[in-house]
Each structure stands twice: as C-alpha cells, then as structure tokens.
Design a binder for this molecule. Structure first.
Ligand SMILES: [Zn+2]
Length: 386
C-alpha cells in the first residue's frame, strides 16, 4: 500500500469537501479570546490565502465595532464566501444587512432542553419561528443557511421536518451542530446519513470536542454524506473547542482520497498567526501544526526513518510544508547524532560518536549551538591530549 490510505468504505463519498471556517466566530467564543480588528482582518486574509471555501466572520448584532470589522473584511472581495452568524431574530438579520452581508447563517436551538431553557418554547414554535425568520431574510434578497443548535440532543424526526420546512423557503444548506460534543462517530453516521437523504440541500457538520471526538465525528459525517464541514484553526473554540481544520483536511485528503480546496502548506503559519492573535499557546503535539508533530527522538525510529521515511510517517511532512525534526536526548542513537552533526557540516569518528552520545543522553533537546559547542569542546580535548 505504501501510504496510509484506508480502503474507501463507502461508494458515496463526495469527491470534494467544502470548509466553512468559524475561527473568527466560534473560535473567538473561546474563553479569554477576543481578537482585535487588525487581528481578525489578518486571520481572514490568511484563511483566504489558505483556500477556505467560506469564512464565518462574526456576529453583526454584537455592535458597531464588530460591524466595522466585518465591513472591512467584506470590502476585501475574497474568493471565499463571507457569512455572518445570526440568532433567529429580525434585529440580528437587520444588523447583517447593515454591514452588507449577502450570505447569512441563522441559528436556532432545536432540542427541547434548550428551547425550554432559553425561550420557554417548544418544537411547534421553533418550526414556525425559524421558517418565518428564513422568509424574512430571503425577502431581503439574502442567501440563507440554517444552523440547528444542540441538534445532537434534539428529536431527530423533528429535525428532518424542520430541515424540509426551511428548505422549502430557499435555505441553501443545513448545519447540524453537536453543540455540547456528545455525538459518537457511529451515531453521527446514522443521523447525518438520514438527514442528508431527506433533504435536497447540502448538510454541514459542526462538531465540538468535549470528548475529543470532534475530528472523528466530522469525518464520520462526511462518510454519511455531509459535503460541508465547519472547523476552526487548531480547533480553537468554546470549552474543549471545535473540530480542528488541519487534521480534518489532511485525513480527508490522505486517508479518504477526498479533495479539498485547502493549501496545507499554509496551515502552520496560519496556526501561528491564530496563536499570536488569540494568546492561546499551540500544543507541541497538535496534529499537523504542532512543533513536535514531525519530531523524533527514539534512536530506533530515527535510524529507520533515515533508511526509509515511510517507516514512521503517515504522510510526507513536506505535504504540509514541514520536515522531520530529529531531537537529541535520552533516547538518541548514533545514527541520529551523526545525522544532526552532518547537517551542521561536522564529521566524527565512530569512537568520538560513542563519547559524545553519553553526554547527549544526559539532556533533552540539544540546539544546533549547544551541539557545536559540545563538538568543539571534544575536539579541543582531543587536541590537548595529542
Ligand atoms: Zn459551536
């Protein structure tokens, strides 16, 4: 097989999956995260450069400041579709019109639990109210997508009825939100499959990561027919976050052979930009973009990698603009050390290598500078004894 691609389990997989990035909306709802105007615009530009199909830029109803930022982004005339997030109320939709949005996303809680707690209402009200709000937006000439908040804890028959009803009003996509992240891949597949078969417009999956399943559930939804995925850069989002764009994109391309419009080489700089603008540190083992995502220390692994890179990689790091890093430390072997020294233009005898390795194993993660100094000390010692 030569690569990590799994057997394609379904003949119905889409040829291409579309990405709707919500870093600037749901990502910003992460605790203690508030992007500046400049930060939002910089991230939006980088998302555009990375090939995102759609960017959910924010919530106009939040006020003048947010509206100004959204106006600035709309003026950039991106290739990506720009959408705004709206509660199902006239004032939110009017605020979106005010900033010049042409694509609006209207959200309504759909579980009995949330309908009761947030509005003291029931499903019958939700059905009429949402349809009314969609009609209101459509009458203003807007393209409308609809989001079912807390869909995973709602009556699934009701969801289908609701989806069919708003589709009749001209909605172009339905977002299924696993708001508290309680789906499993198996249930996702069953439910998304049923919903996708019941409606004529694409389904978008919006998964949260409370059980660490956001990426798995997003992929399961694609297996069942979701053509759109809602993700954030590195999974930044409320509580444990959202589905991270980078592993979803790379899994689709590498494991499912499904195309995306994304430029994976931009993922790491994009993640660093979002880290800087959000103040959220980037975990070293973050898939695709973490500083150790392609790093090795084990002597056995490094020796094998040097013989054949496929031994310990799922895909070539160059695909995402990265390269293998060979860290030196407690678990290092001679081949790794020789390789690192050679990359600095240094050659050593087998005996010196053995000597050096003892010192190398006493400390983790040697920098090039430290390695050079160690090499020079050893050479000086040798000369002194000559
Ligand atoms: Zn969300």
């Amino acid at each position: 097989m030569g690569h990590g691609r799994n057997d394609v389990m379904s003949k119905n997989l889409p040829e291409r999956v579309f990405f709707n990035d919500t870093t600037l909306r749901d990502g910003e709802q992460a605790p203690k995260v508030a992007f500046s105007r400049e930060g939002k615009i910089a991230i939006a530009k980088m998302l555009e450069a990375s090939g995102l199909d759609q960017i959910e830029v924010g919530i106009p109803a939040m006020g003048e400041k947010e509206q100004d930022t959204i106006r600035d982004i709309l003026r950039l005339n991106f290739f990506a579709r720009i959408s705004t997030w709206n509660r199902a109320c006239e004032s939110d939709i009017t605020a979106s019109i005010k900033v010049g949005a042409t694509l609006v996303h209207i959200t309504l809680p759909v579980s009995d639990l949330q309908l009761r707690a947030k509005f003291d209402r029931d499903c019958t009200w939700a059905l009429h109210h949402l349809r009314h709000m969609v009609k209101f937006a459509r009458d203003q000439g807007l393209e409308v997508t609809v989001g079912f908040e807390d869909a995973s804890r709602a009556d699934q028959d009701f969801l289908i009825e609701l989806a069919q009803s708003v589709t009749e009003e001209g909605v172009t996509r339905i977002r299924y939100a696993d708001t508290v992240g309680c789906l499993t891949p198996r249930i996702t597949r069953m439910r998304i499959g049923r919903l996708a078969r019941a409606i004529s417009v694409p389904v978008e999956i919006h998964a949260h990561n409370d059980f660490g399943l956001a990426v798995a559930n997003t992929l399961a939804a694609v297996e069942a027919g979701a053509e759109w995925v809602s993700t954030t850069v590195t999974g930044l989002g409320e509580r444990a976050g959202n589905a991270a764009m980078e592993p979803v994109a790379m899994a689709l391309e590498e494991l499912y052979a499904i195309k995306t419009h994304l430029d994976a080489v931009k993922f790491e700089p994009l993640a660093r930009l979002v880290r800087d603008q959000s103040g959220r540190p980037l975990s070293v083992e973050q898939p695709i973009v973490g500083s150790y995502a392609f790093a090795h220390e084990s002597g056995i692994h490094v020796a094998a990698l040097l013989a054949d890179p496929m031994t310990y990689q799922a895909f070539a790091p160059a695909r995402v603009g990265r390269e293998h890093a060979f860290l030196l430390g407690k678990h290092s072997g001679r081949k790794a050390l020789r390789h690192r020294l050679a990359s600095l233009g240094l050659e050593v005898t087998e005996d010196s290598l053995k000597n050096l390795l003892g010192t190398i194993r006493e400390k983790e993660d040697w920098t090039d500078g430290e390695l050079l100094r160690l090499y020079q000390e050893m050479s000086n010692d040798l000369n002194a004894h000559r």
